[in-house]
Write a protein that binds this ligand. Sequence first.
Ligand SMILES: Nc1ncnc2c1ncn2[C@@H]1O[C@H](COP(=O)(O)OP(=O)(O)O)[C@@H](O)[C@H]1O
Ligand SMILES: [Mg+2]
Length: 407
Amino acid sequence: MNVESPTQIEPARIDAPAGDLPDLVAEIAAKAEGLGRALHPQTALHLASLVRLMNTYYSNLIEGHRTRPRDIERALAGERDDDQRDLMAEAAAHYRVQEAIDRAAVDGELPDPADPNFILRLHRDFYADASIDMLTGRGGERSFVMTPGEWRSRAEHDVQIGRHIPPSSARVADFMSYFFSRFAFEPKDGMRMTAVGAGKAKRILALATAHHRFNWIHPFPDGNGRVSRLMSHAMALKAGIGAHGLWSVSRGLARGLGPGDAGRTEYRKYMAAADAPRQGDRDGRGNLSEAHLVGFAEWFLKVCLDQISYMSSLFELDTLSKRIERHVLITDGLSPESNWLLQEALIRGEFERGAAPRLTGLPERSARRVLKELTDAGLLASDTPKGPVSLRFPSDTQDTLFPKLFA
Ligand SMILES: Nc1ncnc2c1ncn2[C@@H]1O[C@H](COP(=O)(O)OP(=O)(O)O)[C@@H](O)[C@H]1O
Ligand SMILES: [Mg+2]
């Protein structure tokens, strides 16, 4: 075989899932269906913003870039600290790219996540605000400035990840066309026989293997990990397991399944294992190991299921309601009556400001003061100054409302 043939990514998919895989796929589909279903759509919408913040935090953390949730919020508000300008710009960009994906999904306009044009745009948008310093590759002797939204194409872009040497830069465009032909969810003419197509179970399985094969090709000089996690997020939405943005892959990939440090090394370990060439006659018929691809897919889908389960427990109406009550109790500056306003927003999604006296049982002026405490704390907000208020989840509520969400 030509060493630089795109078919080198075979086996790209798992055609006959066995072992744990069929159950995992079914459980993911069922659990994702239930995630957030009891929540009011308004509440779910604002929780999805928090999840986006969390995904941004963990995806950049995997790359070794640590930006505190509070600083991501500040970055989104346009602030930049001198000593972490690049990190803040990167976090804001990651958040915005994911937001655009989530919005497109809601509007039914999310493109095929495996489409090279979509992937190139993710990369371009992610790096749109990047400094020259962030775009400068320092691999070998020569340094170069990466162009956002372009594949690796010249020899100086060649990369190595650990022991894995991805295809040479000149071949990346062809590899990514082939990638599309194998991972299209909405195949174009001529791809129907080879692509994933519409089946939900097929899409869930492909979500896992596409993540590895994308990174195996490593189509960009830098940013492959972040772009691949955004692509996987988009695939999850398109596969119908995105739960309107109430979970995302990065937290699980960063933390793994095992405890502490052991868990944190799993992602790299399973990715590296799946780089292996075919291990003898009984390891499929492709260039790469089928057994290790299956191992990776099992791990990846267990991680997804673990995250969906965890977010389900966190976003359970009862749990949220109790934690909100506790948050009011332990937070200075919040009157006990504010709990009633927060509970109303949780259950009904939003309420008119004029309803505060009725909801708190307080006279007009006191009720307005309680409402102001909540808007000052950022727990309630509205799109227009006088409009109805709904729940928000600013980062200083995270310790009480969503323990362990962040590392
Ligand atoms: N052995 C491996 N084989 C394939 N991909 C890998 C391997 N190890 C790590 N990766 C992927 O490569 C990414 C790092 O590549 P890089 O281009 O620096 O992306 P980013 O800058 O977004 O972190 C990791 O986040 C991971 O997704
Ligand atoms: Mg990198």
